[in-house]
Design a protein around this ligand. Structure first.
Ligand SMILES: *Cc1c(COP(=O)(O)O)cnc(C)c1O
Length: 403
């Protein structure tokens, strides 16, 4: 039996894994101490939880030192702290930042804020496949460049950037490399050493952890990165991020990461199988369906497809009581502009309006995928039936083949 509605929007957020909830519970109940209270048991046990979580997180990203992990409220804050923090501390060294046109808004809007302060930003384009070109990156570098900020995996189309190669370029030119790993942490391998990453953003709620918990890795040697804080106060987190630590959130973050890393190989294989099946069914039952972005360099759980002649919003309206998915970017759903990510791929206006993101996750089943394929195929057929443009095109097609 399938329980409706089916949740298939795991790039927006993920449900809390019950094992994560169990790991958080003690810190929501009896162990409520402030991790900065060093002189009694309550504070000490809270501190222990925080430092254990820091050590685990260090290990999962291949960092050398636990103190390089700074706790934040999520990836939005981590991205802001990394980009503003580096820019403000190193502005004497240069005023140029390189990023890409398909970054998350928390990177793009931080960069445009810095533009207002006199920084110059280069927004690298992407190929039709949704990947940056390394030669574009190399050509964009000047002697003023202080930071490269490129995401690991994209939240809309799931495409994966050549992070290790970017890290190599950054290292060669003595430029800091920040990577937004919100979508990739716990899904595909990350190693800040072999990938040459100097700053790395992670969010718990994208990997079956709680909302409001995140981390920023900040390299402390080869090279040492320093930051101008965004938030001032009690001096927690080496004074880089003041504020009483979210102990249950941090415990949940580490447990979520632990599970995701332990189950990564099996889970990504299973999700890839489900995604491949979903796309194969779409192609079998629905004419003119296109996948947006590379299928090869892509998160296993992501499928972003355009159903030609079908308005994405209309399709969503028809199916969203039954299947929870997103059209365009979840964050820009108040505007009816086609998503900037799809535009960057060169997806033409009409087709960009027809896209739906299917984000498969840990608790989706093969039955749910089969149900979704049929349900969506029916909805698409129904909408195309009432599309004058679609009928016109079909008529032309049939007449041209009979001639
Ligand atoms: C979700 C997401 C963010 C923001 O993370 P929050 O923890 O929700 O603030 C940033 N970047 C990417 C790529 C994301 O997917």
């Amino acid at each position: 039996m399938i329980k409706l509605p089916i949740y298939m929007d795991h790039q927006s957020t993920t449900p809390l894994d019950s094992r994560v909830l169990s790991a958080m519970k003690p810190y929501l109940e009896g162990m409520f101490g402030n991790a900065s209270s060093r002189h009694h048991r309550f504070g000490v046990e809270a501190r222990e939880a925080v430092e254990t979580a820091r050590e685990q997180t260090r290990k999962y990203i291949g960092a050398r030192h636990a103190k390089e992990v700074v706790w934040t409220s999520g990836a939005t804050e981590s991205n802001n702290l990394a980009i503003q923090g580096v820019s403000h501390l190193y502005r004497k060294r240069g005023n140029h930042i390189i990023t890409s046109v398909i970054e998350h808004k928390s990177v793009l809007d931080t960069c445009s804020f810095l533009e207002g302060e006199g920084f110059r930003i280069t927004y690298l384009p992407v190929t039709q496949e949704g990947i940056i070109r390394l030669q574009d990156l190399e050509q964009a570098i000047t002697d003023q460049t202080i930071l490269i900020s490129i995401m690991h995996a994209n939240n809309e189309i799931g495409t994966i950037q050549p992070v290790a190669e970017i890290g190599e370029v950054a290292k060669k030119r003595n430029i800091f490399f920040h990577c937004d790993a919100s979508q990739s942490a716990g899904k595909i391998p990350i190693d800040v050493q072999t990938m040459g990453i100097d700053l790395l953003s992670i969010s718990a709620h994208k990997m079956y952890g709680p909302k409001g918990a995140g981390a920023l890795y900040v390299r402390s040697e080869n090279p040492r990165v320093r930051l101008q804080p965004l938030i001032f106060g009690g001096g927690q987190e080496e004074a880089w991020r003041s504020g009483t630590l979210n102990v249950p959130g941090i415990a949940g973050f580490a447990k979520a990461f632990e599970i995701a890393v332990a189950e990564m190989a099996d889970e990504s294989e299973r999700l890839l199988r489900l995604r491949t099946q979903l796309f194969e069914w779409f192609r079998k039952y629905i004419p003119e369906v296109h996948c947006n972005g590379s299928l090869q360099y892509r998160l296993p759980g992501n499928l972003n497809v355009s159903f030609a002649y079908v308005e994405g919003e209309a399709l969503l309206e028809l199916i969203n009581q039954t299947i929870a998915v997103s059209s365009g970017s979840a964050c820009s759903q108040t505007t009816l502009e086609p998503s900037y990510v799809l535009k960057a791929l060169g997806v033409q206006g009409d087709l960009a309006h027809t896209s739906i993101r299917f984000g498969l996750g840990r608790f989706n089943t093969a039955e749910e995928v089969m149900f979704t394929a049929h349900y969506v195929a029916e909805a698409v057929a129904k909408l195309r039936e009432s599309s004058a443009l679609y009928k016109e095109t079909q008529k032309k097609l049939t007449s041209s083949t009979t001639v």
